[in-house]
Design a binder for this molecule. Sequence first.
Ligand code: MLT
Ligand code: ZN
Length: 478
Amino acid sequence: HQAMPDQAAPARSAAGDPALTDALQRIVGPAHVITDPAMLEGYVADRTGRWRGTTAAVVRPADTAEVSAVLACCHDAGAAVVPQGGNTGLVGGSVPLHGEVVVSTSRLTAIDNVDPVGRTLSAGAGVTVAAAEEKARRHGLTLGIDLASRDSATLGGIVSTNAGGLRMIRYGDTRSRLLGVEAVLADGRVLTRWKALTKDNVGYDLPGLLAGAEGTLGVVTRVLMKLSEPAGETAVALAGIPDVGEGLALVRALEHAGLIIEAAELMTRDGMRLVGDHLRLRAPLDVDAPYAVLVEVSGPAVQQDALLSVLAGRADAVLDAAVEHGPARRLWQYREAHTESVGVASSTPPVKLDVSTPLSRIEAFLGELGPGLSEHFPGVRPVCFGHFADGNIHVNLMDVEPAQQEAITDHVLRLVARHGGSISAEHGVGRAKLPWIALGREPVDLAVMDAVRGALDPARMLNPGLFHWAAAAHRGGD
Ligand code: MLT
Ligand code: ZN
């Protein structure tokens, strides 16, 4: 299934090294070193079906001390390690490809503390987003990060990918909500930056550095997250619109009316149809608009009325709208089921390109994207959706033949770069974007990132297939 020629230096495989497996078993217990091929499937393949590799063993440490011992052991044995949380990533960053040892955080599931005064949550890296949110809600607070994969995605995973998700417009990305972190470095040393303070200016922002490092700088074992006041009453509108400009104008008009934007999501006619077919849902709008936006608002006033009057005020441009208030998520289904519907309907593993552009360029980007794809890649079905008010569009490409994957990725990412965008908005670089990393960063920037990694992990033992751009630089910026 692997899409592109592998750019990574061959990782040192620990396969067939019984001494290492024995040593790992002595640390975590035999039941927590998995080598039986029948039990490895969920660890060696990603959920898009695009990446699949091999592992010498999956190790499931019970706590930070065991993670530290496991990493020291792998380090001494010269065995490369791939850290793995819920394995819900979309860029192939958490699967082993060449026999690396998988260090799974699946047993680091303790929620140590919620501090309702300081509004923080401290928890193990293996706690799921849904479990952390449930705990926060019991104290009348919210984690602020939410994504469709909330039941499997872990705190360590959202930190390591710096996930954005469905509420980023309101609460910021994971990095901005990370107050402290504990992580085990490649040689087994434990790095702890753990201060429940909003103001703490002593030196480099190491938690910020580990956020988005995709497991190349350390294995995140515990996190200290900021919690927030959740929205009170909410209302959701799904509106059919002729163009993205109208979606942005609607968001601005809602803000102007004093409403708080909780989420602002874009969908297209094709995506809405796909979800409708997959979930057997009736079309929510009476018109067949080219785009649909889902906007969730909150505010102290009677939101429903304010929302309706803003929509009425834009009746010339808003083609039709459905409104829902309270916790019901009927309208949200259309948005949240996109990933699954695309996966099910595509005849090949979908090529998922998570990109962003400046807000002023989204329209032009989408306007060029469709015709360019049908001209150069007839037969490929694009479905675009995403967090448009953050400039973030998920370009999902269905029915891409394996031989076309590299060329179509190149086509889309170069278009993004021409519009001043980013080749990865929130999913990370992983393996999917690695050959194009120089479209996103200048040479000195890349060199500094490499030096940081070299300082923490000189032998590149942690996730060796990632951020290894030397071999990939030929796709550099233009
Ligand atoms: C989402 O927002 O639903 C995911 O980040 C996107 C995807 O599946 O491409
Ligand atoms: Zn997303």
